[in-house]
Design a protein around this ligand. Structure first.
Ligand code: NAP
Length: 492
């Protein structure tokens, strides 16, 4: 367990959705697990006036909603005593000066400060400017850290602009950029399984691997977030961040040490080694589609364009890319990555297909697959060919299927892990600016080309498997989407 300095978490946007569902309950759980230092305070900052009593009642409501089975009242008392509220009206030119005065009360607020900006992305730069203008980003005596929520920009130029603005006041070591997938234990496990086992590393390369599929699919549609979604799309929302981070963890070289600097250095290297997607041959490298009306869980559901109420939208709810990594380990290996809403199943996984075995026994012999399940099942599976007992020589596929999660294991939400890392000063599960920029540099040309192409987008029925037309991105005739983690999920 790492030592945590006494500190204050200043939470902007504490009344918002993210705070209610993840941050406040996450902080409470850390307190219950004994992971918060005794001297740790939380100052929630919002635009409106709210009394201390009303704020405490609001927090109780957040915890009641999250922990339906109840929670420890002793921990609750301790947690509530850590919590304070401060109104920071945007109309008051001295608001940040007043907040600084409040924070200067050392008896209540330890002076190491972490500012969590759970506000609109358009406000990130301005809040950092204002914090700096009153000296709150200054690390002369105590540490000062700033968490920037996702998304960090909406393309490469806007990410660079945000970076230029905040780096006027903050060193890279003070900036904690969130991709909450990195807080998931299952994602952290990719590195551990790769490098803490002798058997995997020797086959983890172009000599043994035919191709890799990284998948993130949902059965849900866009729900009531149609406007947000139509301004974003699947590529920007999921691939630019979570899926490319999963790819980086799957493909990076072994870090020299398990330090934040060494881990991030290897992730940056591999992200920067991904070959740019050729826009002049986009149709063989990228595929997009939108869900049409269909059936999910035996219920009829409308299509994306109907939900949006705008039939001219070309924004994708299904996005697939083929990528190559130009380094010695991965030369020539295609990486197929995809994300979709309203597909036949919800699953996040890495599926690795190995090359053909030296001994080909007969028809129907499958190539080996190694699958790392991230969500909902945290597992590692290996499919191997084995003789069917009997007089003849025939093979069938059997699986070694191991759950990574066992009964009684702690279930930690990604935000709990990230909040703890923030207080510990460990930014290895947060994004370095070079990672963010490499990710935007890769997807921007595709997003721009797709936005320009106003032809109607391919439709797939909600609840169906991958659109047949998406196969156009595969390199070889015998490659196709693995549609399920289950044995047999690699059949056409
Ligand atoms: N919710 C999620 O699951 C999720 C997931 C990924 C990323 N994020 C990111 O996390 C951040 C917070 O998300 P959220 O869903 O919690 O946002 P939210 O509920 O819309 O708003 C967060 C807070 O921002 C303040 N705010 C809202 N509208 C404002 C306005 N017009 N002017 C100034 N302040 C305003 C409000 O605080 P006060 O009224 O108290 O000032 C509000 O509580 C965003 O950057 C989002 O992109 C959220």
């Amino acid at each position: 367990m790492k030592q945590i300095d006494p500190c204050t978490l200043v939470l902007f946007g504490a009344s918002g959705n993210l705070s209610r569902v993840k941050l406040m309950p996450g902080l409470f759980r850390l307190d219950a697990l004994g992971r918060l230092p005794e001297k740790m305070a939380i100052l929630s900052v919002g635009r409106g006036e709210v009394s201390q009593e009303a704020w405490h009642a609001d927090i109780k409501g957040m915890l009641d909603a999250k922990f339906k089975k109840g929670y420890d009242q002793e921990v609750f008392k301790r947690f509530i005593a850590r919590n304070h509220y401060h109104a920071n009206p945007p109309t008051d030119p001295n608001a940040f000066e007043k907040m600084k005065d409040v924070l200067s009360n050392e008896a209540v607020f330890p002076q190491n400060l972490a500012f969590f900006l759970s506000v609109r992305p358009s406000d990130f730069a301005q809040v950092v400017d204002q914090l700096a203008s009153v000296g709150l980003t200054n690390e002369d005596k105590y540490w000062r850290r700033v968490v920037i929520e996702k998304p960090f920009g909406t393309n490469l130029p806007s990410a660079k602009e945000l970076q230029a603005s905040i780096s006027k006041h903050l060193k890279e070591s003070q900036i904690y950029r969130i991709d909450h997938y990195l807080g998931k234990s299952a994602l952290q496990n990719i590195l551990l399984q790769r490098f803490a086992n002798t058997v995997l590393e020797p086959i983890w390369n172009k000599d043994y691997i035919d191709h890799v599929q990284i998948t993130n699919t949902e059965m849900l549609g866009v729900g009531d977030r149609t406007q947000f979604y139509d301004a974003t799309g699947a590529l920007r929302d999921m691939i630019q961040s979570h899926v490319l981070q999963t790819l980086a963890l799957t493909t990076m070289e072994q870090p020299k040490a398990l330090t934040p600097e060494a881990i991030r250095a290897e992730k940056i290297k591999v992200l920067e080694a991904i070959r740019p997607i050729p826009v002049d041959d986009l149709k063989h490298h990228a595929f997009r589609a939108q869900y049409a009306a269909g059936e999910v869980n035996s219920e009829k559901v409308p299509g994306y364009l109907e939900e949006l109420g705008d039939s001219s939208s070309v924004v994708e709810t299904y996005a697939a890319l083929k990528l190559f990594i130009d380094n010695p380990r991965w030369k020539g290996v295609p990486f197929y990555i995809r994300t979709a809403k309203r597909l036949h199943e919800a699953d996040t996984r890495i599926a690795i297909r190995f090359k053909k075995a030296p001994l080909q026994i007969g028809e129907g012999q499958h190539q080996n697959w190694l699958i790392i399940g991230i969500q909902p099942r945290e597992c590692i599976k290996l499919e191997i060919e084995s003789k069917i007992p009997g007089l003849d020589i025939n093979t069938r596929t059997i699986e070694l299927d191991a759950a990574n999660r066992q009964d009684g294991d702690e279930s930690v939400d990604a935000y709990e892990a990230l909040l703890l890392n923030l207080m510990e000063g460990d930014n290895s599960q947060y994004l370095h600016i070079s990672e963010v920029e490499a990710q935007w540099r890769l997807v921007d040309p595709v997003i721009e080309a797709w936005a320009k192409d106003r032809a109607p987008v391919h439709q797939y029925p909600a609840g169906s498997r991958d659109p047949e037309a998406s196969k156009v991105i595969f390199e070889a005739e015998d490659q196709f989407w693995r549609y399920s983690i289950a044995l047999g999920g690699d059949t056409h």
